[in-house]
Design a protein around this ligand. Structure first.
Ligand code: LMR
Ligand code: SF4
Length: 510
């Protein structure tokens, strides 16, 4: 085995997976895009997603700033040295991180320290199996944190909101799957893909669910019951009206793959792995003698271009309001849910570590009237020491729910940008203080990186690149008001209406 060559092959696999969506995923997104009604928020979001996918491909830069937990699944012929392959993967990962193709994403769970190179205890995940074939099959999935947090595991029988009792049978399983899509709302960057594992124990059930994500998006389940179940879910989950980013719309789910395994008598688990639209998984067949790639997987068929040639998409229909910090309370109070804003000037990133920090410390800068962006970007420093943004989409805001309202009031922050929406505590604070929540398009990391014209500074670097407070100068940064200062929340509305729709599926089907 030429290990050096194998390392190069793994580098190519990592870069390609992070920057270029596979064709099967593109086909699913294209269909979704064609179904949306022109001029709606969902159509606008999908048009941005399409632009983003194209930009990532052209710039060879991460589709989404969260390059996820890299998970490799490898099958090797008997006699191949798996330890050598593992080391080559680690080395390729370090290089891809250095080159800005992967965000440093490996964090010490106890100290919070970022290793900086994507290596750590148990990271990346590398799983081997032996097989009788004469080539090495390597598959990689980069599954982001926002969608990972929306995974869910049901233990049957159980009682489900909207659907009632789910028993230990195919119909109970159906209810769990429908519920899993509802509970994710837009927070895992819908429209998503789900892998479902029936049976096993708590860990093997999730493994089976994740295994389903390696199936091609357009395959057909050979098990007749599961085929029917998958088709049912694909048809009806899209009637929930959650839509892209939870903005409402025609497509909520892009793919559903179900696998089954035996269980022990007392346990009956249904495990669901949720993957965002930025479904980054690819595979290669590698020659064990030379270490080079012989074939790419998931790439059959024509090239799929998602950006419409004729710019018929009426993305400019909603009136766009320009915001520039410092923003006054009066300006904020004039905004309403549904307004589309364009931000010019300075915004400051702040996510989990910063919110915790600000809850018991002073801010490093004056945040009065300013905008906080829930974002953990991919950054690279050039030889002159200047930082450049390589990818910078929003992160899931709900994680900051315990802190957000208090921090806005204490520091005078007028707007937060994020995705997926926030809860009742923040909504009350927005009303009381005069604040607004702006929803950006999750995963559109290239699109937003392009709006960032310069990096003016950084604070709290001790939290690592994704968690530091970056001072960013932006131009034309587009987002939708989804929570305003008058007590309105689009997220609350969609949650309520989708729960009503979910309850229509309570009756027995299988
Ligand atoms: O960590 C991130 O940048 C985003 C995360 O994947 C999320 O969806 O919240
Ligand atoms: S931000 Fe959205 S698209 Fe990116 S990894 Fe998280 S869930 Fe996926």
């Amino acid at each position: 085995m030429n290990v050096q060559k194998f390392q190069e092959s793994m580098y190519k696999l990592i870069v390609e997976t992070s920057t270029n969506l596979p064709k099967d995923v593109r086909r699913a997104l294209k269909q979704a895009k064609e179904r949306e009604i022109a001029g709606t928020r969902s159509a606008m979001s999908l048009a941005t997603i399409a632009d983003n996918i194209k930009m990532a491909d052209e710039n060879v830069s991460p589709i989404c700033q969260d390059t996820g937990l890299p998970t490799f699944k490898i099958k090797t012929p008997i006699g191949v040295n798996q330890l050598e392959l593992k080391q080559a993967i680690y080395d390729a990962m370090v290089q891809a991180t250095k080159d800005g193709k992967m965000r440093p994403n490996s964090v010490d769970s106890l100290t919070g320290e970022n290793s900086g190179n994507n290596l750590g205890i148990g990271v990346p995940v590398v799983k081997f199996e032996q097989w009788e074939k004469d080539y090495i099959d390597v598959r990689l999935i980069l599954k982001g944190g926002g969608c990972e947090n929306k995974n869910i595991q049901y233990s049957l029988p159980c009682e489900l909101e909207g659907l009632g009792r789910a028993g230990r049978d195919l119909d109970g399983i159906r209810k769990c799957i429908m519920h899993s899509v509802y509970q994710a709302q837009g927070q895992g960057c819908s429209a998503g893909f789900i892998g479902v594992g029936i049976g096993g124990d708590r860990s093997s059930g999730y493994d089976l669910a994740k295994e389903q994500l390696f199936r091609s998006a357009d395959d057909v389940n050979p098990n007749e019951d599961l085929r029917k179940l998958e088709e049912y879910v694909m048809e009806h989950a899209n009637e929930l009206g959650i839509g892209t980013m939870g903005f409402g719309g025609e497509t909520t789910l892009l793919g559903c793959k179900v696998g089954v395994m035996h269980r022990i008598p007392a346990s009956f688990f249904v495990s669901v792995a949720y993957n965002c639209w930025a479904f980054r998984r690819l595979g290669v067949k590698v020659d064990p003698a030379t270490g080079s790639i012989n074939e790419w997987l998931y790439q059959e068929g024509e090239k799929v271009n998602l950006v419409s040639e004729e710019k018929t998409e009426k993305t400019e229909e909603a009136k766009e309001i320009v915001l520039q910090a410092p923003i006054t309370e009066e300006q904020i109070r004039s905004l309403k849910v549904g307004d589309v804003v364009k931000i010019n000037g300075m915004i400051y990133t702040g996510r989990d570590a910063i919110h915790k920090y600000l809850s018991d410390n002073d801010a490093p800068i004056d945040l009065n009237g300013q905008v906080i962006y829930h974002c953990g970007p991919v950054m690279l420093k050039d030889e002159e020491g200047q930082w450049h943004v390589k990818a910078a989409g929003p992160t899931t805001s709900i994680r900051e729910e315990p802190y957000q309202g208090d921090i806005m009031k204490r520091f005078g922050i007028r707007a937060v940008i994020g995705k997926g929406g926030m809860g009742a505590k923040t909504l009350a604070a927005l009303e009381e203080h005069g604040g607004v929540y702006l929803n950006a398009i999750g995963g559109a990391a290239q699109y937003y990186a392009d709006c960032i014209k310069s990096v003016e500074g950084v604070d709290l670097m001790q939290f690592g690149i994704p968690e530091a407070m970056w001072h960013l100068k932006v131009e034309g940064f587009k987002a939708v008001v989804t929570m305003d200062s008058h007590g309105n929340s689009l997220h609350q509305d969609i949650d309520k209406s989708s729960l009503e729709k979910l309850s229509k599926f309570a009756e027995k089907v299988f």
